[in-house]
Ligand binder design. Structure first.
Ligand SMILES: CC(C)(COP(=O)(O)OP(=O)(O)OC[C@H]1O[C@@H](n2cnc3c(N)ncnc32)[C@H](O)[C@@H]1OP(=O)(O)O)[C@@H](O)C(=O)NCCC(=O)NCCS
Length: 179
C-alpha cells in the first residue's frame, strides 16, 4: 500500500499515543519497568501527545506516515537553537524494515533544516541494539552511555548525533527507498 507522509494534526494524538505505547511495549520489555509498561504508560503517553499536538506547538515537526487510513509510523523532532533533536521515531511492529523509519527521519530532518537546523541528535536506549544499528547505518556518531530519567523511569541512554544535518538527510535519501 502507498505511504503518505504529512504533518500530524491535533486529532492524531490518540492514534499516535496508541502506536507509541505499542512500540515501547514491544521494544522496551525488560528495559522499562513491567508495571510502567503494563499500566502507567497509557496515561503518561496519552497526556503527552494531547499536550504536544493540541494547543501551542514547539518549533519543529511531528510527521505521520499513513498507509491508507492507518498510522504506520511517526516522528517528532524539535528545533533547539540550530540543532534538530529527534524526540521520537516509531514504526508499527509488523511494518518495520521496509524503509518507513528512514523515510520519516529524512522528511523530518529536511523540515528542520528548512527551519534553520544545522545539526541533529537523539537519545537511544543503550540496550536497543536494533535502533543503534539503524542510526549508525545513517552515519550517526555515538557517545558513551549515561543514566537518564524519562517518564519517571531510569534508563541507560546513548546520545547519537550528526554534526551536519545534511549528512543525515543525504543518508536517508541515498538508502534504498520504501520497499
Ligand atoms: C528503529 C526504527 C524506527 C527503524 O525504522 P524501520 O522502518 O524499521 O527502518 P528502515 O526499514 O527504514 O531501515 C533502515 C535500515 O536500518 C536497518 N534496521 C532497521 N531496524 C533495524 C533493526 N532493528 N536491527 C538492525 N537493523 C535495522 C534496516 O536493515 C535498514 O538497512 P538496509 O536498508 O541496509 O536494509 C523501527 O525499527 C522501530 O520503530 N523500532 C522500535 C522503536 C524504536 O526503537 N525507535 C527508535 C527509538 S530511538
Amino acid at each position: 500500500m502507498a505511504l503518505r507522509l504529512r504533518s500530524a494534526r491535533g486529532s492524531d494524538a490518540p492514534v499516535i499515543a496508541e502506536l507509541h505505547i505499542a512500540s515501547w511495549r514491544d521494544a522496551y520489555r525488560g528495559v522499562l519497568s513491567a508495571d510502567f509498561l503494563a499500566t502507567g504508560i497509557e496515561a503518561a503517553l496519552s497526556a503527552h501527545w494531547q499536550a504536544t499536538l493540541v494547543g501551542r506547538r514547539r518549533p519543529g515537526a511531528v510527521v505521520v506516515a499513513m498507509a491508507g487510513r492507518h498510522l504506520a509510523g511517526f516522528v517528532a523532532a524539535w528545533r533547539d537553537g540550530v540543532n534538530c533533536h529527534v524526540d521520537n521515531l516509531h514504526v508499527r511492529p509488523g511494518m518495520r524494515n521496509a524503509g518507513i523509519g528512514r523515510a520519516l527521519l529524512g522528511f523530518a530532518a529536511q523540515r528542520l533544516q528548512d527551519q534553520g537546523a544545522v545539526s541533529a541528535d537523539l537519545w537511544v536506549v543503550a540496550a536497543n541494539q536494533g535502533a543503534l544499528r539503524f542510526y549508525l547505518s545513517l552515519g550517526a556518531e555515538v557517545e558513551a552511555p549515561v543514566t537518564r530519567q524519562t517518564f519517571g523511569q531510569t534508563v541507560v541512554d546513548r546520545r547519537m548525533y550528526w554534526p551536519s544535518i545534511s549528512t543525515l538527510i543525504t543518508a536517508c535519501a541515498l538508502s534504498p527507498q520504501l520497499r
